[in-house]
Design a protein around this ligand. Structure first.
Ligand code: XBP
Ligand code: MG
Length: 255
């Protein structure tokens, strides 16, 4: 195994709990502003999360949960417009500061940057959403420490396909075994592992807690910090009160 050189972060559910109170709310606002009587409640949204990507998720909803709706002739264009509006709403929700970073996220990012690890993002969400979130957490004007942001439609196949991780690895000119991925979902775990990244840390959230995380190196309820320690749910036998760079290096060395 080569040395650990980089951490690649997922965004939704990992950097912040954006799905239930961010994306879901933005989808519903976009629907009602478009005059649609669709409503994605918390439970239904959990089922829709099976499909990554907002446009893909709307299509899946129509195919599985709202088959009676009379579709326009240009369904692709309709979905693209609706989703563009949803993204604008999500960006303004983020700008209002409605969604904070998860416990330990900023701490670990800062520790990793200080330790000389390279940082990147691999997410299926729209790039503008990532910019809004990073601006909120790190301040305006690209003050964040991520050197590569792999997001959205830069690759045609979204998670669980490996493409977004492969895209990030190529941009960074890194081998997968020099990296750790930090994820919150089964789809994210599959994506990272199929790209050849064998060390994956999972921080579960309300929507993903019962998913299958076989193959993850460590599963925790959160990265944790001094005030709010993390709980180890699976993977490494090591009990850790928080996920720090030392623990990541030990996990990487044995996987
Ligand atoms: C996130 C997603 C995204 C968001 C919505 O998955 O699947 O589609 O839910 O964002 P991951 P968009 O955390 O695995 O990257 O509407 O911009 O797609
Ligand atoms: Mg995620």
């Amino acid at each position: 195994m080569s040395n650990l050189e980089a951490l690649i972060w997922d965004v939704d559910g990992t950097l912040a709990d954006t799905e239930r109170d961010g994306h879901r709310v933005a989808f519903n606002d976009a629907f009602s502003q478009a005059g649609l009587d669709w409503h994605w409640d918390v439970e239904l949204y959990g089922q829709l999360l099976k499909v990554t990507g907002g446009k893909e998720r709307i299509r899946y909803y129509l195919e599985r949960f709202n088959t009676g709706w009379e579709q326009p002739s240009d369904l692709d264009g309709f979905i693209a417009d609706l989703h563009r509006h949803k993204s604008e709403i999500f960006v303004s929700l983020m700008a209002e500061g409605r969604i904070p970073p998860r416990n330990g996220v900023i701490r670990l990012i800062e520790e990793a940057a200080e330790a000389g690890l390279r940082l990147a993002i691999a997410t299926t969400t729209t790039p503008a959403n990532v910019d809004a979130l990073l601006e909120r957490f790190f301040g305006p004007g690209n003050k964040h420490p991520f050197e590569v942001i792999a997001a959205g439609d830069v690759v045609p196949a979204k998670k669980p396909a490996p493409d977004i991780y492969l895209w990030a690895l190529e941009k960074m000119d890194l081998q997968p075994n020099a990296c750790i991925a930090i994820e919150d979902s089964h789809n994210g775990l599959e994506s990272a592992r199929s790209a050849g990244i064998s060390t994956v840390v999972i921080t579960v959230n309300g929507y993903t807690t019962d998913e299958d995380f076989s193959g993850a190196s460590l599963i925790v309820d959160q990265l944790g910090d001094r005030q709010s320690p993390s709980r180890v749910l699976g993977g490494s036998a090591e009990q850790a009160s928080m996920v720090d760079v030392g623990l990541l290096r030990r996990l990487h060395a044995v996987s």
